[in-house]
Design a protein around this ligand. Sequence first.
Ligand code: NAD
Length: 266
Amino acid sequence: MINLAIVGAAGRMGQALVRCAPCFKQLQLVAAVDRADCPLLGKDSGATSGTGETGVPMTADLDAAARVAAVLVDFSFHTNVPVTAQAAAAAGRALVLGTTGLTPSEEQAIRAAAGVIPVVWAPNMSLGVNVLFALVKQAAATLGLDYDVEIVETHHRFKKDAPSGTALRLAERIAEGRNQSLGDVACYGRKGISGERPKGEIAIHALRMGDVVGDHTVTFGVAGERVELTHKASSRDAFAMGALRAAQWAAGRKPGLYDMSDVLGL
Ligand code: NAD
C-alpha cells in the first residue's frame, strides 16, 4: 500500500481527491491537511466529500502528515507550495503538485525539492488536457506563423489566478511548436486602440462565471478558415483521478521533476 496525504483537503479539489482515492486500491489515505484556520479541522475528511467517513480527520499538521505518507498531493494555494515542497523534501516523500498561479520564486522551490525527491508538477492532471497539449503543439508546428492563435479559458467565479495554468501551458506548447519564446509573443487580453494583430502573437483570454469546472479552446485562424481545439471538464474528478494516478506512479521513483506526460507515457 502507498500512504497518501492530501494538502488542501477541505477545498474543491481536495474533496474530489478524498472522493476518488478509494478507486485506487494501492493508495491508502492517511492524512488530510488544510489551513490552521480551516473550520473543518478535527472533522472527518470524508464528511463533506460525498463518500462518507474516511476515518482520517482534517489536520493542520503538515510535518506529521509528511512523516506518515509516502506521497503528498497538493492542491492548495500558491503561497503554500514552497512549504509543502520543503516538508516533502525533508521527509523524503514524493510530491504531486497541482496548485497553479505560482510566482517565479515559488517555482524555484519546486525545482529545489525535485533535486531530492520525485515531483510530478502539472497545471492540469486530466488525461484529455494532456492529449490536448500534444495536439496544439502539433497543430502549431504544422500551421505555422500564418495562423493567428487565440486561447480562451473559462472557469468558475471562485478561481483565484488568471489566466489558468492550463492556458499558459497550452500557450507554451504552441510557442514550442512554432520555435517562439512565449515571453516575446504573449498577449493577455486587449483594450483600447490595440492596433493590428502582430504576426506570431499568442493571445490568452480568461472568462470567469458561475460554476464552470474548466473549459479551454485554442483557435488557429487564417483568412479562409479556423481550426478550434476544445477541452471541457465537467467534473473535478477528471483532475483528481489523474492526480491520484500520478501519486501511485511517483511513489518510490527516483528524484526529479516530472509532468503528466511522464505519468501517462504520452
Ligand atoms: P479551493 O480554494 O477550493 O481549495 C484550496 C484549499 O487549500 C482550501 O481548503 C484552503 O483552505 C487550502 N489551503 C490554502 N492555504 C493552505 C495552507 N497554507 N495549508 C493547507 N491548506 C491550505 O481551490 P481549488 O479549486 O480546490 O483549487 C486548488 C488549486 O488547484 C488552485 O491553484 C487551482 O488552480 C488548482 N487546480 C489544479 C488542477 C490541476 O489539474 N492541476 C485542477 C483544478 C484546480
